[in-house]
Write a protein that binds this ligand. Sequence first.
Ligand SMILES: Nc1nc2c(ncn2[C@@H]2O[C@H](COP(=O)(O)OP(=O)(O)OP(=O)(O)O)[C@@H](O)[C@H]2O)c(=O)[nH]1
Ligand SMILES: [Mg+2]
Length: 242
Amino acid sequence: MPAYNAAKTLERTYIEIPTDLVDEVVLVDDCSTDETVSLAKKIGIKHIVVHEKNLGYGGNQKSCYDYALKLDADIVVMLHPDYQYSPKLIRSMASLLSEDIYDIVMGSRILGKGALSGGMPFYKFFFNRLLTFLENVIINQKLSEYHSGYRAYTHDVLRKIKYHKNSNNFIFDNQFLVQAHFYKFRIAEITCPTNYSKDASSINLIGSLMYGIGCLITAVSYRLHQLKIRKSPLFLDHFKIS
Ligand SMILES: Nc1nc2c(ncn2[C@@H]2O[C@H](COP(=O)(O)OP(=O)(O)OP(=O)(O)O)[C@@H](O)[C@H]2O)c(=O)[nH]1
Ligand SMILES: [Mg+2]
């Protein structure tokens, strides 16, 4: 769980995690100014990493995955601690990976009809659809959305993708997905309800704009790299000069 000021929703999220299936819960606190860390200790989360300064959503995930790899996890599920995504889907997501049908599972808010009724602001919905369309065309994929924060990865995916090269900001998730496509990992999507309650954290308008531009830059970088026109450090391992 990448956490930032998640005290209002952390416990609600944590108690819904299926503990019969999940071996370890890791929380990385990104220098929250609320009670996130003391609450995490109180409710019994064993693995807590605290950043001394705020690195951002991507920087937080880097620490999460480093820690998960140190624990030698087979399957790693990123779950936002703001109760935006239901922890009850972990079982379904993990089973697609454990059966070796897929390498990555995305919880998609766009498959199905729940995004707007779940409270997603209309402008986020609109740009989600537009960016998804453009990204699918540019990178030649067929995903229902690239912007969900509910994801499960196998150990191999986290070993292969050099995520430390990615941004420390929100664009991290998008870069990761395009890298996954580059390395030809098998990506599944399952439908997932979303909950934009007043307690859930949400990226602001400026952040959303920067994110949108970053998505397009990432997709175009991928295409240029693949065509061997311009190298991108995101995929550098695989760049071969012909
Ligand atoms: N905003 C923010 N969130 C962080 C940071 N580090 C970790 N997070 C966590 O990352 C999660 C995602 O942040 P949100 O602001 O909700 O962004 P989002 O869910 O991708 O976007 P929305 O769909 O608009 O909610 C939250 O659960 C935060 O607790 C940080 O530096 N800033
Ligand atoms: Mg959110």
